[in-house]
Design a protein. Structure first.
Length: 81
């Protein structure tokens, strides 16, 4: 999860740095140029979000299995009464 956030932060920082450097150098960038940079960053963000899976907390699968076993035991206990 932290790696995903770092990659996204790097992409947006890189795009922002390009814009700041072009502004300081006095280069003129058109509206289409700004939009291209924005959509590149946005597309990269979406790609990172979809391609890197969410990190599961350790033991979360075990916890869900234990809850399933408990519910089955409760059903068996109710059935035997």
């Amino acid at each position: 999860m932290e790696n995903k956030k770092l990659i996204i932060a790097f992409v947006w920082t890189f795009v922002l740095a390009i814009i700041v450097i072009e502004f300081l150098e006095g280069l003129v960038i058109t509206f289409a140029g700004y939009m291209a940079l924005f959509f590149i960053a946005l597309g990269s963000t979406v790609a990172v979000e979809t391609m890197i899976p969410e990190k599961k907390h350790p033991g979360s699968e075990l916890q869900s299995e234990l809850q399933g076993i408990r519910s089955r035991l409760d059903e068996l206990a109710k059935g035997s009464d």
